[in-house]
Design a protein around this ligand. Structure first.
Ligand code: GTP
Ligand code: MG
Length: 218
């Protein structure tokens, strides 16, 4: 629990949520999370082995912040069997495709189906069309992805990890969708407390609500 006491302001509650990134290899999962956590981008990035862990804090309003504990999974087929370990206790999932690769959109749909069948029934899922800086090579119309997301009950955002477009907005939109209510949180925590990730927390220092909590294990 953490309570940040600003000058004369009321206490700030910080809610922790476990977030998992899923999607085909090379769609830009790691690039998105590195943009979000460190505001950096590399034109060449090693494919993820197993998974990488990061944290980042998003202020929601004057009284509330959300701390995401992020598992960036490996998209290569050989790591597919590890995915349930990462999405099992997740309260939110970001399913990424590359707007220039139709096959990656189909793969994203299969991830959404798997999450809807096997993850927490209350999981918040965001569908993300990444690489929207490459519009001349677009293969997936934004309207088609938006229509699918509406039908499946998902948040939808197009992003560019390269330019940073919409990356902050994406995580802010997810934070706002999360149950930011202590009572609901503790009821839910009782059900899925194995990870301990969804307990509301109150930070006793301003440092606990810092935006620079990035922690890359890749
Ligand atoms: P795995 O770890 O194998 O699952 O891949 P990944 O989904 O994590 O992809 P990664 O972030 O490693 O990115 C793959 C390649 O795409 C890298 O060369 C990135 O530089 C590039 N890339 C990622 N995001 C973008 C983007 O928004 N625009 C452009 N143009 N390239 C991007
Ligand atoms: Mg990766």
């Amino acid at each position: 629990m953490s309570i940040s006491r600003g000058s004369g302001a009321g206490a700030t509650k910080t809610f922790n949520f476990k977030l998992v990134l899923l999607g085909e290899s090379a769609v830009g999962k790691s690039s998105l999370v590195v943009r979000f956590v460190k505001d950096q981008f590399d034109d060449y990035r090693e494919s993820t082995i197993g998974a990488a862990f990061f944290t980042q804090v998003v202020p929601v309003d004057d009284q509330t912040t959300v701390k995401f504990e992020i598992w960036d999974t490996a998209g290569q087929e050989r790591y597919k069997s590890l995915a349930p370990m990462y999405y099992r206790n997740a309260q939110c999932a970001v399913v990424v495709f590359d707007i220039t690769q139709e096959a990656s959109f189909e793969k994203a749909k299969t991830w959404v189906k798997e999450l809807q069948r096997q993850a927490d029934p209350d999981i918040v899922i965001a569908l993300v069309g990444n690489k929207n800086d490459l519009t001349s090579r677009r293969a997936v119309p934004a309207e088609e992805a938006q229509a699918y997301a509406d039908e499946a009950g998902l948040l939808f955002q197009e992003t560019s990890a390269k330019t940073g477009a919409n990356v902050g907005d994406l995580f802010k939109a997810i934070a706002k969708k999360m149950p930011l209510d202590s009572q609901k949180q503790s009821q839910k925590g009782g059900r899925t407390s194995a990870s301990g990730a969804n307990r509301p927390s109150v930070d006793l220092s301003n440092g606990g609500a810092s935006n620079a909590a990035g922690n890359c294990a890749c």
